[in-house]
Design a protein around this ligand. Structure first.
Ligand SMILES: Cc1ncc(COP(=O)(O)O)c(C=O)c1O
Length: 359
């Protein structure tokens, strides 16, 4: 048995992977499969509407929020956010909590004034920024956070208070791993290749007030307002990724919804962190308890010389893609929804054995 701990693109639920060939690529009586028919036709429109409803059901979405299916990845949203939500030259607030929020802020800067309103304490990110009341100037168009920092392995233990400024969140790596109180956010977005399906799709959930801010001169494909008005079909949408997302949403509902995802996530992360913390220092988790991500577990070996041996032996034991992000090195196990407890048990069994042999 081989287990894939990649941070994304990541493992799909087994049943989704098994059914996808049939759902996507089996030709019907019209000689076309689901990805060979016009996206404007009734079949795809129906599938898209159902996918959107399934997501709305999982999130318990209030009627003043809309789901958009957009292409271009989460990084495209970094650029589109200020273009849609802020006026030229307006201030926007960003929390710098690690690698991805830093990049989001860097991409925002051209047309607006990006303010850093919160940051991890210390020189390197080892915990989330202190929460509570943030000094976000009231003229800011929005305040952007990254509640789960995929690279740094940091998760916010709660939400900040940004007063009257709408909160916008890059939820890419922890989306659908726990219930989300969407009414706390003006907008959340997540690219698909971690917990939604395959790359090529980014899900945007946005409240009506923010949707109406998109300036009319914005090119249609980049405009939240025009994407919403066209049912996310301004142009050909990423059809395969949307169809797979629908299957993943069904799978999550079948497992018991977002509360069940959260319970499983707690068990998996607790098992791995307990192994790290219980190794008498052989393994070390750089992120402080209280800010540790449940889905991107970072750790390293006290003796860094052993890292390559660990990776080689792990792969021989069927445990793949454990290398940390190239920027910070070390090791990282991503435990998204589709990773079963059995995969985590295989990993911790290997880690205990490796520590016994090499410690
Ligand atoms: C939190 C976060 N934001 C943004 C991105 C970038 O996503 P994409 O490659 O879809 O643009 C990633 C990718 O790992 C991520 O984890």
């Amino acid at each position: 048995m081989a287990w894939n701990f990649a941070a994304g693109p990541a493992r799909l639920p087994d049943v989704v992977l098994e059914r996808s060939a049939e759902v996507l690529f089996r030709r019907g009586i019209d000689g076309a499969s689901s990805v060979e028919r016009p996206f404007t036709g009734p079949d795809f429109r129906r599938a898209m509407a159902e996918t959107s409803q399934r997501l709305a059901g999982l999130l318990d979405l209030p009627p003043n929020y809309q789901v958009l299916f957009m292409a271009g990845g989460a990084m495209q949203q970094f650029a589109l956010l200020p273009l849609n939500l802020a006026a030229a030259g307006q201030r926007v607030a960003y929390a710098d909590s690690g690698y991805w929020s830093h990049r989001a802020m860097a991409e925002a800067g051209a047309s607006v004034v990006a303010l850093e309103v919160a940051r991890y304490p210390g020189a390197a990110p080892r915990s989330a920024p202190p929460l509570g009341r943030w000094a976000v100037p009231s003229d800011c168009a929005y305040c952007h956070i990254t509640p789960n920092e995929t690279v740094d392995g940091i998760a916010y233990p709660g939400l900040p208070d940004c007063a009257a400024v709408p909160l916008v969140a890059d939820c890419t790596s922890a989306f659908l791993t726990a219930p989300l109180a969407i009414e706390n956010f003006g907008m959340v977005y997540a690219s698909a290749q971690k917990n939604i399906g395959i790359s090529g799709l980014t899900v945007v959930v946005i409240c009506q007030d923010l949707l109406e801010r998109s300036p009319p001169e914005l090119p249609a494909v980049f405009s939240y307002r025009q994407q919403a008005a066209s049912g996310s079909c301004v142009n050909t949408p990423p059809m395969a990724a949307i169809l797979i997302a629908g299957m993943v949403f069904d799978w999550i509902a079948d497992q018991g919804g977002l509360s069940a995802m959260a319970a499983a996530s707690q068990v998996k992360a607790a098992c791995l962190y307990a192994t790290i913390d219980g190794s008498a220092g052989f393994y070390q988790a750089p992120v402080l308890p209280g800010s540790r991500s449940l889905v991107n577990v970072r750790f390293h070996l006290a003796d860094p010389e052993l890292t390559e041996t660990f990776i080689t032996e792990a792969e021989a034991a069927g445990l793949y893609h454990l290398r940390g992000h190239p920027r910070i090195g070390g090791l990282r196990a991503s435990l998204y929804n589709a990773m079963p407890v059995a995969g985590v048990i295989a990993l911790v069994d290997f880690m205990v054995d490796f520590a016994r042999r090499r410690g």
